[in-house]
Structures are given as structure tokens and as C-alpha cells.
Design a binder for this molecule. Structure first.
Ligand code: PEP
Ligand code: MG
Length: 325
């Protein structure tokens, strides 16, 4: 199987019936970017910058961040690197950034909420990304957006950082794309309204499933409750893909659900044409994509959406996977 996968590196990511799928990589460390380049990912769909902060014992300066991001983006050039601004909070603590303990950290002071409350931190990171955009293809991704107000506040922060970059005599790409993670139910409900104010979406199914099902993504005991094949989750995913397409806003799926080749056919059937997965899984997913037929995938999605029990859905998906494998 490994040999078959290796042979896929240079081949296009298209379905069996010729529909192009964009397949990017999720990365944390710069080494992951090299791994992504080695499997010829179409770009980085999610650069989790937490790592840049977690490996330090102080807030990395604008220049330190610039160097990190540049070294990472360099591996993928000319393909795009989507850089997500910092998503730390009390579940991913930074030793040098004490925050009050929280009972429900996943739903607490994290992501864009934390950054908007610490504008200096946000502006510094944005300036580093903006400067890089002058020479490299990068985009800005905003985590934990929950509606129009935090999106607008984040975009105002980007404008502020742009003015700072100009004032420092440096340049940036005025067309740098800005996207929102769709990982809260409120953002999913508002997808149509958010589409008018962003350049792209990235669906964070890890958090979205956790919040839709009110089931902790980390606790082992919740494993059977935390199920991405829950019909409510699949309905939301189908709506997101449909509305984004109608609005002409690119949408990509970057959560764990995209890493499982047995789900690929269903996700394409639900309307997704762009995924971001771990570099180590990318060829497996490419293999699954190349054996998918869009019409059959849509048929499977139709069947899946007509049954209402997670168990029955799992049986359909498993059966489909066994037949195609
Ligand atoms: C997600 O929530 O699905 C996601 C991609 O972000 P993270 O796993 O970093 O929270
Ligand atoms: Mg998330």
C-alpha cells in the first residue's frame, strides 16, 4: 500500500470522474511544512501558529514570528500558506502568559476572543504575517469567530496592523485574503452573512462537532457521543458547503474528519471540494479521492441524509468504504 501511495505524489488530485479537489496540509512546526511539500500538497490550509508560541519562554517578537512564518511558507512556495492567528487559551497554556483558570476552557477565553482582548499581541502577529505577504503567498485565518461583531473587530485589527506596517516603511500584499474558521454553531448558522465579509472559510470540524453535540472532544468517555457522523453534524456540513458555493466563497474542511479516508466519499457527496489534512494522511486521502465518483458520492450523501440514526449512518458509510476499498 505504501508503494501505491508514493506513486500518487506527482498525480493530480481529481476524482475518478475528473472533478478537481484541492488537497492542502495542516501543519504546526516548520518540519511539517517540509513533509507537506514532500507529498506535494496544494498548499497549507491550516498553519496552527500555537507551536511558534509554545516552544518559546517569551512572546516571540514580530521579527521572530516573521522568521518562523517565512521559513514555513518558503517550503510551499508558490502555493499558499494559510496562517491562523494564535488560538491558545487556558487548555493550551503559555507559561509566560498567565490566564485565570477556567472551568470550561474550550468555551472560554481563547482564539479571537483572547486576541481581541490583547490587541498588542494580535497586532504584532498580524504585522509579521502582513510583512511576509509582500513576498510570499499567505492568507490570514481567524479562529473561533462566533459572529459578525468579532469578525469585524478582527478585520479592524488587520487594518490597524496594515497602517502600522506602512508607518514602519514596510510593504504587504493589499489583497491578502482573510478567512474565518467555522467552528462554532453560531458561525455555522451565520455562514451566509459571514460570507459577505470574508474571502474564504475553513471548517474546523473538531470544535464544531464538540459544540454542536455538546460533547468534549478530548475526554475519552465522550468518544461515543462525540461522533462526526451524527446526522445533525452532517446536515450542518451539507448546508455550509451549499451556502458557501452559492455565495462563491471558497470553503475548505480542515478538522480531523477530513483525515479519515472512509469519510472522503461522503464529504465530497456533501459538497466539499477542498480539504486540509495532516501531511502523513495526505496520500491516503488522495487515494480515496481518486477512487471517488462524484455522482456516486452524492448518492451516498443523499442516502445518509435520509436516515436519522448515527448507527445507521455509520453502517452506510462503512459499507460504502468496504465496497470501494
Ligand atoms: C478544529 O477545531 O477543527 C480545528 C481545525 O482547529 P483545532 O483542532 O486547532 O482546534
Ligand atoms: Mg478549533
Amino acid at each position: 500500500h505504501q508503494g501505491v501511495l508514493k506513486g500518487l505524489v506527482g498525480l493530480p488530485t481529481v476524482t475518478h470522474d475528473g472533478v478537481e479537489i484541492k488537497l492542502c496540509a495542516n501543519i504546526g512546526q516548520t518540519a511539517d511544512a517540509l513533509a507537506a511539500a514532500n507529498v506535494k500538497a496544494d498548499g497549507v490550509g491550516l498553519y496552527r501558529t500555537e507551536f511558534v508560541f509554545l516552544v518559546q519562554d517569551h512572546f516571540p517578537s514580530e521579527d521572530e514570528q516573521y522568521q518562523f512564518y517565512r521559513a514555513t511558507a518558503e517550503h510551499l512556495q508558490p502555493a499558499q500558506t494559510v496562517i491562523r492567528v494564535l488560538d491558545v487559551g487556558s487548555d493550551k497554556p503559555l507559561s509566560y502568559f498567565p490566564l485565570p483558570p477556567e472551568a470550561n476552557p474550550a468555551m472560554g477565553f481563547r482564539g479571537i476572543r483572547l486576541l481581541l482582548a490583547h490587541p498588542g499581541l494580535l497586532h504584532t502577529q498580524l504585522r509579521a504575517i502582513l510583512r511576509l505577504s509582500a513576498t510570499h503567498s499567505v492568507a490570514i485565518l481567524l479562529p473561533m469567530i462566533d459572529g459578525i461583531d468579532d469578525l469585524r473587530a478582527a478585520k479592524a485589527a488587520i487594518d490597524h496592523a496594515k497602517a502600522q506596517v506602512v508607518a514602519a516603511g514596510q510593504s504587504f500584499d493589499p489583497l491578502i485574503p482573510v478567512g474565518a474558521m467555522i467552528e462554532t454553531p453560531s458561525a455555522a448558522i451565520l455562514i451566509e452573512q459571514l460570507a459577505d465579509e470574508v474571502d474564504f472559510f475553513s471548517v474546523g470540524s473538531n470544535d464544531l462537532v464538540q459544540f454542536l453535540l455538546a460533547a468534549d472532544r478530548i475526554r475519552g468517555e465522550m468518544k461515543s457521543t462525540y461522533d462526526p457522523l451524527h446526522p445533525a453534524v452532517l446536515r450542518v456540513l451539507a448546508t455550509l458547503a451549499r451556502v458557501a458555493r452559492r455565495k462563491g466563497t471558497p470553503i475548505s474542511l480542515c478538522g480531523e474528519i477530513a483525515n479519515d479516508p472512509s469519510y472522503t466519499n461522503l464529504l465530497i457527496g456533501l459538497g466539499f471540494r477542498s480539504f486540509s489534512v495532516s501531511p502523513g494522511r495526505l496520500l491516503d486521502i488522495k487515494h480515496a479521492i481518486r477512487s471517488t465518483d462524484v455522482q456516486q458520492a452524492e448518492k451516498l450523501a443523499g442516502q445518509v441524509l435520509s436516515v436519522h440514526s448515527t448507527r445507521d449512518i455509520r453502517a452506510l458509510v462503512q459499507d460504502d468504504w468496504n465496497r470501494r476499498r
